[in-house]
Design a protein around this ligand. Structure first.
Ligand SMILES: Nc1ncnc2c1ncn2[C@@H]1O[C@H](COP(=O)(O)OP(=O)(O)OP(=O)(O)O)[C@@H](O)[C@H]1O
Ligand SMILES: [Mg+2]
Ligand SMILES: [Zn+2]
Length: 271
C-alpha cells in the first residue's frame, strides 16, 4: 500500500479501535499477556515473549545453516587449491600394486588405518616416508577416498598448496587465514601430502612464516588423526624448519606410526 495521508488516517483509526479487554497467563512461558479486541471485535492474544523466542530460534538456525554452507564452500577451496594430478583422482587401495615388501606393508597398514579409523588406539596418525614415485600420495589419497565415502570430513592437500591457500586468504574476502586453521583443526582427518616439499625462506635465526604456520596447524591437531607423506627424514625436516624444527617434528610424531617405503619409482618404471 502506498503511503498517503488517507492510509495513515485509516491505520490510526484501526489502532484507536483496539481495546485491551483482559490479561492471561501464557501456557508456555507463564508471562502475563494482554487480550485485545481488534476493530472487527475479534479477541487476539499473542504472547510476544514466545514470538520473540521463536524468531530468535529461527534466526539462530538460519545463521547455523549459513555458517555450515560457508564451511562447505571453504572445504571446496581446499580441493580447488590442492594440486591433485589426474592420475591420483582415481587412486584407490584396489588399484595400488604392491611390487615391494615395504609397499605391501604400507598398503596393509594404511588400509587397516582407514577401516579402523573410528577405533584407533595407541596411535592416531601415520607418516609415509620414502623416495619419489613410490605411491605415498596414491595410498594417502586412497585413505581420503575411503573415509570420504563413509561421510567423514577429510582434508587432503599437498603442503605447498596449503601454504598458497593461506597466502591467498590475505587477499581473498571469501575465506580468512583463521578459517583455514579452524577447518584444518576440526576435520576428522587432515592429510598433509608432501610435507617438506614447500619452499621455506630462511630468515636469519628468526622463525620463518612457513614454520609458524605448520607449527600452528600440527599443534591444533596433536591428538587428532593426521596423515603426512614426505621424502625427508626427521632430521632433514627438523633442520628445514629452523628454530621451530625440532618442536614441529616432535609434535608431528606424537601418536604417529612411521611407515617407510622403498622400491622402484612408479613414474619412471617404463624406462
Ligand atoms: N604401487 C603402485 N601401484 C599403482 N600405481 C602407483 C604405484 N605407485 C605409484 N603409482 C602411481 O604413480 C604415480 C606417482 O605416485 P605417487 O604420486 O603416489 O608417488 P609419491 O610417492 O607420492 O611421489 P612423490 O614423493 O614424488 O610425491 C601416481 O599416478 C600413482 O597412482
Ligand atoms: Mg606425492
Ligand atoms: Zn509465552
Amino acid at each position: 500500500m502506498a503511503f498517503n495521508l488517507q492510509n495513515l488516517k485509516a491505520t490510526l483509526t484501526t489502532f484507536s479501535k483496539i481495546q485491551v479487554v483482559g490479561q492471561r497467563t501464557c501456557e508456555s512461558c507463564c508471562s502475563s499477556v494482554p487480550i485485545v479486541k481488534n476493530h472487527k471485535g475479534e479477541e487476539i492474544s499473542d504472547c510476544l515473549t514466545c514470538e520473540n523466542k521463536a524468531l530468535e530460534k529461527e534466526m539462530k538456525a538460519f545463521k547455523e545453516e549459513m555458517d555450515q554452507q560457508r564451511d562447505l564452500d571453504i572445504m571446496q577451496q581446499f580441493e580447488r587449491y590442492s594440486l591433485i594430478p589426474d592420475d591420483l583422482q582415481t587412486a584407490s587401495f584396489e588399484n595400488y600394486i604392491p611390487d615391494h615388501d615395504s609397499k605391501k606393508d604400507a598398503l596393509v597398514k594404511c588400509q587397516w588405518f582407514a577401516e579402523n579409523f573410528d577405533n584407533l588406539s595407541g596411535f592416531h596418525s601415520l607418516l609415509l616416508k620414502g623416495s619419489y614415485g613410490l605411491g605415498k600420495s596414491h595410498i594417502s589419497h586412497s585413505i581420503a577416498k575411503y573415509l570420504k565415502d563413509l561421510g567423514k570430513k577429510v582434508i587432503f592437500i599437498d603442503t605447498p598448496s596449503l601454504l598458497r591457500m593461506i597466502r591467498q586468504s590475505y587477499k581473498d574476502s571469501s575465506f580468512s587465514e583463521s578459517d583455514v586453521y579452524r577447518l584444518c583443526a576440526e576435520a576428522d582427518l587432515l592429510i598433509l601430502d608432501d610435507i617438506g616439499a614447500e619452499y621455506v625462506k630462511q630468515e636469519n635465526g628468526k622463525e620463518s612464516w612457513v614454520s609458524e604456520i605448520l607449527f600452528q596447524i600440527i599443534t591444533s591437531r596433536m591428538d587428532k588423526p593426521k596423515v603426512f607423506t614426505t621424502n625427508l627424514s626427521s632430521k632433514e625436516l627438523s633442520s628445514k624448519y629452523g628454530t621451530h624444527g625440532g618442536r614441529i617434528v616432535s609434535r608431528m610424531m606424537k601418536g604417529t606410526r612411521l611407515i617407510e617405503m622403498e622400491g622402484k619409482d612408479f613414474r619412471t618404471q617404463a624406462w
